[in-house]
Design a protein around this ligand. Structure first.
Ligand code: GDP
Length: 442
């Protein structure tokens, strides 16, 4: 996501790199390019204009003029401004004083409401130890109710639904049900239409009135660009929601919706969804997103994600092995499995500073399949060979190639990469926690 915008911004910054200070003249071109990059990314015209005027003004400010390195200073100015238009601070979901907390989900059909409802249930269960119930208030489409039930089954979450086409009743009864079962959260999935229509809006407004949710979330498909922003405006006028969820940020989106919505509706983005799988959901942090757009790498997210997956003790063991040079192909194989279990691999690589751009330059597509030949090669080795790859002579390599359905040159490539990786990991060791976490990612 945002790759095109990131590289255009990077090009714009290059213009300032060789300058000794920021002046009216040299900044004008850079600012023009930034505005063009934003408009190309489908950012709302007014937002782009305000953005570039602000950065120009700030960059010309006194503190910036005294800067040693104008390129870096200017990147910081853009970073701060981006963070601001993305919402500045993370805004959490509201929680009811007296349970259950009621969360109403609204948006157009196909925006990803049902998928998000299940994702949110999973997220709240895992991250906040909550016990949610899902309410199937998309009563017009039996397929939607079934979809919700199927998703809910995979995360062991109850769904409340009835046979009548009465969305308000479903919502009210689900809340009553939650109270009687002592469940602390109700997530209400509502019906959407292809386009904004009055009847749909009224229904969501009626549900809102009837159950007085603690949180109303507007779900929007970020691939719809400027339309996303217009729909967000219309929904906000009728139901006055509390937060926005951007879905399909994994798709071919230029990012314009993400960058414009907060400014246009003055409501925070609370989550972003980046895939169909139920774990493809992230709480939204404006600053991290801005760092990511600027190619600074979302190190904080990376570390958090890594921390969740890597057992502290395991990390220490790994550290010891690296230091004593005993990290072998067996360990490497285990690391690969852990990286795979962490979700979308391209996404993870994109979070490593510098790697996102490298990946994009190489036009590489990383997915779980990319690791298959490596896994096959390692699995065809004897324990001794895994531990001691130096013993791999031509005969052994031919045997392994045959067993794994690869070529001897693939094995040589892997061994070369493994050696390079070991060296890199060693240079990371001693960097403390962050270094340890990063090692796992390599
Ligand atoms: P609803 O009509 O608003 O309830 O939308 P659904 O939850 O049924 O989603 C519509 C389609 O979009 C489904 O095929 C989902 O699998 C897909 N979808 C939802 N969220 C995402 C996402 O973040 N990324 C991608 N690629 N697809 C998504």
């Amino acid at each position: 996501m945002f790759q095109d915008l990131s590289s255009k911004l990077d090009d714009a910054f290059q213009k300032l790199k060789g300058e000794s200070k920021i002046t009216d003249v040299n900044i004008a071109e850079t600012v023009r390019e930034i505005r063009r990059a934003l408009l190309d990314a489908d950012v709302n015209y007014e937002v782009a204009k305000e953005f570039t005027n602000d950065i120009k003004e700030r960059a010309m400010g006194e503190d910036v003029l005294s800067a040693v390195n104008p390129g870096q200073q200017f990147t910081k100015v853009v970073h701060d401004e981006l963070t601001q238009i993305l919402g500045q601070e993370r805004v959490d979901l509201s929680v009811a004083h007296t349970p259950p907390t009621v969360i109403l989900i609204a948006g157009l059909q196909g925006s990803g409401k049902t998928t998000f409802s299940a994702k949110l249930a999973k997220y709240l269960k895992e991250e906040n130890n909550r016990n949610p119930i899902l309410a199937a208030a998309d009563v017009y489409r039996p397929a939607a109710i079934n979809q919700l039930k199927t998703l809910a089954d995979t995360i062991d979450t109850p769904v409340y639904s009835i046979d009548q086409k009465d969305a308000v009743r479903v919502a009210k009864e689900a809340v009553a049900m939650a109270k009687s079962l002592a469940l602390d959260t109700v997530i209400i999935d509502t019906a959407g239409r292809m386009h904004v229509d009055e009847k749909m809006m009224n229904e969501v407004a009626e549900i809102k009135e009837a159950v007085q949710p603690d949180e109303t979330l507007f779900i929007v498909d970020s691939m719809t660009g400027q339309d996303a922003v217009n729909t967000a405006k219309e929904f906000n006028e009728t139901i006055n929601y509390d937060g926005v969820v951007l879905t399909k940020l994994d798709g071919d989106t230029r990012g314009g919706a993400a960058l414009s919505i907060k400014n246009v509706v003055q409501k925070p983005i609370k989550f972003v969804s980046t895939g169909e799988k139920l774990d493809a959901l992230s709480p939204f942090y404006p600053e991290r997103m801005s760092q990511r757009i600027l190619g600074m790498g979302d190190v904080v997210s990376l570390v958090e994600k890594a921390q969740k997956e890597f057992d502290e003790k395991e990390a220490q063991e790994l550290q010891k092995k690296i230091k004593s040079d005993s990290f072998d192909l067996e360990d490497f194989y285990e690391q690969l499995q852990q990286v795979k279990s962490m979700g979308n691999i391209s996404d993870l690589v994109g979070m490593i500073p510098g790697a996102g751009k490298a990946l994009q330059d190489a036009d590489a597509e990383l997915d779980e399949d990319s690791f298959k030949p490596i896994e096959a090669i390692i699995c065809s080795m004897t324990p001794e060979e895994k531990h001691n790859p130096e013993i791999l002579n031509a005969t052994r390599k031919r045997r392994i190639a045959k067993g794994s359905g690869t070529r001897v040159s693939d094995i040589n490539d892997l061994l070369k990469q493994f050696e390079q990786m070991k060296k890199m990991m060693k240079s990371f060791s001693g960097m403390g926690k962050l270094g340890q976490m990063m090692q796992g990612m390599k």
